[in-house]
Design a protein around this ligand. Structure first.
Ligand SMILES: NC(=O)c1ccc[n+]([C@@H]2O[C@H](COP(=O)([O-])OP(=O)(O)OC[C@H]3O[C@@H](n4cnc5c(N)ncnc54)[C@H](O)[C@@H]3O)[C@@H](O)[C@H]2O)c1
Length: 252
């Protein structure tokens, strides 16, 4: 860990109350960033604050729903006019529901959190990054960005879609020195299990065929370290990339 890697920088991290988002907050703070972390779950966010305090550190923690424009604006306001890094981490799964079983509510919720949220946050920080002449956006996508066997239809569609967002930002704003990259984790030990519990046995059986080649689950910080690297200056020439951090699962 390099304590000066993000010194003098301000980073926004979504999904800061659990799993990869929390690990990203802890890591970015230890690497010198001022962090604004947000999460829709106030209790979980408070626990992140407690863990930071235990480590003698702190962050600005904002309870916010990334799907709500007014919440997104509050998060960006908390950064006080400078955002060097945006880590779009918040996300939910879809209980492995295949197309014939998906209800509109689940579809819309998954798309709103996994696609519209990163779009809204990225759009909100863009003017600041353009004015600064620099910025790095890192979006956590998934093994489900590459194929269909790791989740249900809504999650797979959302994680494919978010790659389009990542690449569009990279293409149009790369010349303005705003980089945008995706990290594609495989299985990671986090709290996402609450929306991963399978509901349709035959679909889960089918998914298990793809799961058969899955490496052992990673720790959240093993993904956070990739987020941090993509956001730092060493990755200055990396833009529009989809970086797998899945122990090799994508090779199966
Ligand atoms: N855990 C895995 O195996 C895995 C694998 C591939 C990709 N991912 C991706 O990693 C990212 C982080 O997930 P995780 O595994 O750490 O899960 P997690 O459930 O531990 O953390 C996700 C956090 O996002 C928050 N969140 C959910 N909806 C929100 C909203 N509308 N606004 C703000 N915050 C919201 C939750 O409250 C939670 O604290 C997600 O995008 C997920 O799709 C996870």
């Amino acid at each position: 860990m390099d304590a000066t890697r993000h010194a003098g920088r301000t980073a926004i991290v979504t999904g800061a109350g659990s799993g990869i988002g929390r690990a990203t907050v802890l890591r970015m703070v230890q690497e010198g960033a001022r962090v604004v972390g947000c999460d829709v779950n106030a209790e979980a966010l408070a626990e992140t604050g407690r863990l930071l305090a235990e480590a003698g550190a702190g962050a600005d923690l904002v309870v916010a729903d990334v799907t709500r424009q007014e919440d997104v604006e509050r998060v960006v306001e908390a950064a006080d006019g400078r955002v060097d890094v945006l880590a779009n981490v918040a996300g939910v799964m879809d209980h492995f529901l295949p197309l014939g079983e998906i209800d509109d509510g689940t579809w819309e919720r998954v798309m709103a959190i996994n696609v519209t949220g990163p779009m809204r946050l990225s759009r909100a920080v863009l003017p600041l990054m353009e004015a600064q002449g620099s910025g790095a956006i890192v979006t956590v996508a998934s093994k489900a960005s590459l194929g269909a066997g790791a989740a249900g239809v809504a999650y797979t569609t959302s994680k494919h879609a978010v790659i389009g967002l990542v690449k569009s930002i990279a293409y149009f704003y790369g010349p303005k020195n705003v980089r945008s990259n995706a990290v594609l984790p495989g299985a990671v030990t986090t709290g996402i299990g609450s929306t991963a519990a399978p509901r349709v046995p035959w679909a889960m059986e089918r998914a298990m065929l793809a799961m058969a080649t899955m490496p052992a689950p990673a720790e959240a910080d093993q993904v956070a370290t990739v987020v941090s690297w993509l956001a730092c200056d060493e990755a200055a020439n990396v833009n529009g990339a989809t970086v797998t951090a899945d122990g090799g699962w994508a090779t199966a």
